[in-house]
Design a protein around this ligand. Sequence first.
Ligand SMILES: [Zn+2]
Length: 252
Amino acid sequence: MEILLYILIFLFGTIIGSFLNVVIHRVPRKESIVYPPSHCPKCGHDLKTIDLIPILSYILLKGRCRYCGEKISARYPVVEVLTGTLFLIIYYKFGLDFKAFSYMFLASILISISFIDMEHKIVPNKIIIAGFVGAIIFRLLMSNYGFLDYVLGLVLGGGILLLISLISGGEMGGGDIKLMALIGFFIGWKLTILVLFLSVIIGALGGAILVALKIKGRKDYIPFAPYISIAWFISILYGYEILNYYIKFIRG
Ligand SMILES: [Zn+2]
């Protein structure tokens, strides 16, 4: 029975991922995410239910629109598999409670923002606001976890990036500041500090690799939201182990 639950959680994740694809496509284009129904961006043909089955429809259609043959972006199956996999890992680590649901929610927000940042170099306010609405609801549902810790996370996450931005003269985008404040509100101040550290390290490494592979030039915009998101995921999975190890290390 356990295996069945894993399969269901993964499928649930891919369905959410399918919705995130709509968000990623429409929000930066200032289109509504509920209307009109899903259609091919090239020929405008409405998609049937069978065209909307996550992953499977992409494989069955061999990555092309059924009506006009236009290539469908690989981003669609990638986002679906990614969302399904992250949900699966979150379930494996945390079970099925409000904490797990809050992380699945934040994972969805971060996937949308990361892909939009990579494609359009923006972090849309609409998604940040949706994130904060969700965060407030989860903080109320999870009042047994306390409140102050998370407010500190919000202030610290946003505040430190704001400070870096002011010192560096705007190197850090406003979107990243809001994103870090949002993450802080979900995870509390201790893990927030870890996310800040890790995202700088992962960002520097990732940037160096992209430049070395000549995917990006030295002066190109390198989206930071994906690095913050990866740092967040590592921190919720292994954060306390890393922090404990670090404390032991500095105490000798
Ligand atoms: Zn088409």
